[in-house]
Design a protein around this ligand. Structure first.
Ligand SMILES: NC(=O)C1=CN([C@@H]2O[C@H](COP(=O)(O)OP(=O)(O)OC[C@H]3O[C@@H](n4cnc5c(N)ncnc54)[C@H](OP(=O)(O)O)[C@@H]3O)[C@@H](O)[C@H]2O)C=CC1
Ligand SMILES: O=C1O[C@H](COP(=O)(O)O)[C@@H](O)[C@H](O)[C@H]1O
Length: 514
């Protein structure tokens, strides 16, 4: 198989033709992970790198450099990567793959505020370029606390690590959250672009790396079936749910003061809305896809009044999976009077001809009934039912449900005659399940996104404008909630605070129980 040179033409991954179904392999390069001792690196990034190696998608001399404060050497680091891979990788562990990967592992010990550590990083990379042929192509993954983004960018710049000579590339991957409101996102964007030109900045929203999210584009734009009814004439409303059953033990440092809306609505859920509501791009060139997402986000705004169209909550103690669990205020590290919300629901309107008058309800929460992310497009009722009313009491509204996770797939809900002598009609489901339709398991989101970054393929990374527009949409409700004070408590293991149900009841609708 041909290994593309670093200078190979960029190939659009969303427009691959038949001959391009062959796996795309990254050219010679090194990946530096800042924050390599952290939770994200251990659970997601290092396993994803191994999975790519296992699939033969990394170049022969690939190098992975970890940077953190621990007093480790390359061997210690190798053991940590090994354990993370054994515990969390998607693909089976193979000794020969591990041997090859481990030859390129290096650790640089240092603090973000210490220029000497960055000089050492530069010298490590130069050595790798020479010895393993990474060719001056370096990706820098910032898996670090958001407050540290500016200092690391400055150090990279001052150490000359952000500068590319001819035929080389330097790219930066920035984890979320990208700012905590519009102003801070603008400031951060300015800092980032002082060091890395926009086309070398890869802002991660890992939801875009999920197969089921990319499949929204296929479902909508590869089929004739859905588009004619994908509009305000037929759609009653859209519900986007990201529910988690986990609590926030161990995450206080990041989550307290951030809350559910900043953590996932600003990024993952608004990206899901953009994919669901945008117009067909004229091609899958990154700029065309981004243009459509930008257009639809520009047309999106909060429905008002906010105390009726939004809800927020904080989990209290309760039961989950048959076990008692504590409330947020008892979780280690959270302030006893924390006003951080762990549940958020908002109503959005999309001011376009396609969506005028169709509410988009977005909700997310921790310690909810179960883990599920789905987009439910709920259709209007048939204008006339030629049945005896008693025969349709169990007929709901038609719905198309895109199950992002788990049990990935698509379900269509519609009415069907109940077998028997009467014309009774009841809801039934028609399912497409990834597990049944495809034999191969889907790549993990980070696997896909790390590879795309190494290949320089930006389609699945939100640009600056999308991030800022998302804050613009959310800022008013964040200010509204900040003025309100304490969120409403809800029992762990339930579906959120009563005000969330009330918010829907007011409109004559109800949340799905996925
Ligand atoms: N965890 C997750 O599931 C997700 C995380 N993210 C984002 O990823 C990023 C990282 O999150 P997470 O892994 O959970 O964070 P952690 O707190 O677990 O890890 C932070 C890392 O940063 C390093 N670090 C912190 N300060 C310094 C410093 N001054 N000098 C050198 N290293 C330092 C720590 O190294 P040391 O060992 O030296 O302390 C550690 O490796 C955040 O932006 C988060 O929002 C995004 C989505 C999901
Ligand atoms: O970005 C985040 O996502 C995770 C959930 O990710 P998923 O892929 O398992 O759905 C969430 O737990 C975390 O709070 C948030 O920062």
């Amino acid at each position: 198989m041909r290994v593309p040179a670093a200078s190979d033409e960029w190939v659009n991954p969303l427009r691959d033709g038949r001959d391009k179904r062959l796996p795309r392999i990254a050219g010679p390069c090194a990946l530096v992970i800042f924050g390599v001792t952290g939770d994200l690196a251990r659970r997601k990034l290092m396993p994803a790198v191994y999975d790519l190696a296992n699939r033969g998608l990394l170049p022969p001399g690939f190098a992975l450099v970890g940077f953190a404060r621990r007093d480790w050497d390359d061997q210690d680091f190798g053991k940590v990567v090994h354990d993370a891979v054994r515990e969390h990788s998607r693909t089976p562990f193979r000794e020969d793959v591990w041997e090859r990967l481990s030859e390129g592992l290096r650790f640089v010990q240092g603090s973000f505020d210490d220029p000497a550590s960055f000089s050492e990083l530069a010298s490590t990379l130069h050595t790798l370029d020479r010895e393993r042929g990474s060719g001056g192509n370096h990706g820098f993954y910032l898996a670090i606390p958001p407050a540290a983004f500016p200092v690391v960018l400055k150090q990279l710049s001052e150490a000359g690590l952000a500068r590319s000579d001819d035929g080389q590339w330097k790219r930066v991957v920035i984890e979320k959250p990208f700012g905590h409101d519009l102003d801070s996102a603008r400031e951060l964007n300015a800092v980032v672009n002082q060091v890395f030109p926009e086309d070398t900045v890869f802002r991660i929203d890992h939801y875009l790396g999920k197969e089921t999210v990319q499949n929204i584009l296929a479902l909508r734009f590869a089929n004739q079936l859905f588009d004619p009814i994908w509009n305000a004439h037929y759609v009653d409303h859209v519900q986007i749910t990201m529910a988690e059953d986990i609590g926030l033990g161990g995450r206080a440092g990041y989550y307290d003061g951030i809350g559910a809306a900043r953590d996932v609505i600003q990024n993952h859920l608004l990206q899901l809305l953009a994919f669901t509501a945008m117009e067909e791009p004229i091609s899958f060139e990154p700029s065309e896809l981004q243009a459509e997402k930008i257009k639809v986000l520009s047309a999106t705004r909060l429905a008002e009044p906010l105390d009726e169209t939004t809800a927020r909550g904080q989990y209290a103690g309760g039961w989950q999976g048959g076990l008692p669990v504590v409330g947020l205020l008892e979780e280690e590290g959270f302030a006893a009077d924390s006003t951080t919300e762990t549940f958020a629901a908002i109503t959005l309107e999309v001011d376009t001809r396609r969506w005028a008058g169709v509410p988009f309800y977005l909700r997310t929460g921790k310690r909810l009934g179960r883990r599920v992310t789905e987009i439910a497009v709920v259709f209007k009722r048939a204008p006339h039912l030629p049945f005896d009313q008693t025969m349709t009491e169990e007929l709901g509204q038609n719905a198309l449900v895109i199950r992002v996770q788990p049990d990935e797939g698509v379900t269509m809900r519609f009415g069907s005659k109940v077998p028997g002598s009467s014309m009774e009609v009841r809801d039934v489901n028609m399912d497409f399940s990834y597990g049944q339709a495809f034999t191969e398991s889907s790549p993990e989101a980070y696997e896909r996104l790390i590879l795309d970054m190494l290949l320089g393929e930006p389609s699945l990374f939100p640009v600056n404008a999308e991030v800022e527009l998302s804050w613009e949409i959310l800022d008013p409700v964040l200010a509204h909630w900040a003025a309100e004070g304490k969120p409403e408590p809800y029992e762990a293991g339930t579906w959120g605070p009563p005000s969330a149900d009330e918010m829907m009841r007011r409109t004559g609708r109800e949340w799905r129980r996925p």
